[in-house]
Ligand binder design. Sequence first.
Ligand code: HEC
Length: 197
Amino acid sequence: MRAGAGGRREAFRMNHFPTLCAAVLLAALSSSCRSEAGASSVDAVGRGRYLVQTMGCADCHTPRGPGGQPMAGRDLTGHPADAPLPTWDPSLLEKHGVATIAPTGTAFAGPFGVSVAPNLTPDPETGIARLTADALWKSWQSGVHWSSDRPILPPMPVEAYRHLSRDDVDAVHAYLHSLQPVVNRAPESVPAIAPGR
Ligand code: HEC
């Protein structure tokens, strides 16, 4: 009996040896994969910060106070919900004015309509929490807004950003998603020509 039990134990160990090995190997592999993914996403956030800083996103997406200084705590939060929007009419062309800009520097009016820089922080309701890397890539490739089917209005430099590599767009996305979410519902842009016309 004892010998039989010992034999079964032995068989148990032998049968499970490959399973255990596989489990250990898998754990080792997955932890090394995890740390690689961790490292590369940190790199992507750093690269994204560099791109966002050098591509001037804050010039239009960070509101400025009366002295022209960026408003504290509102980095990349878009046109403030309660700030007035600029107006424009064709008579301004006679004064050689093709567009007007809100004092905050975050909303623009011209023959294209009124274009309002949105909140780029990952707030679920008012920001870009739902914007995937894929949708950002498609939007900048096509020039069509990520959350509607209308063209992206000037002066958002989408014609220039169309030339970014997929990795760089992913990095910009990773950086924006690493930001502290800030609640600010920037008003909707108002295109002068409705889509499809
Ligand atoms: C010269 C001003 C300007 C600059 C620079 C700028 N934006 Fe914008 N951006 C705008 C305006 C204005 C809109 C609103 C356009 C609209 O509603 O059609 C906008 C819209 C967007 C949108 C929503 C439209 C879409 O689907 O892409 C995203 C996302 C965005 N900007 C991200 C960025 C990022 C990231 C940068 C820097 C890499 C940047 N913007 C630089 C002015 C700018």
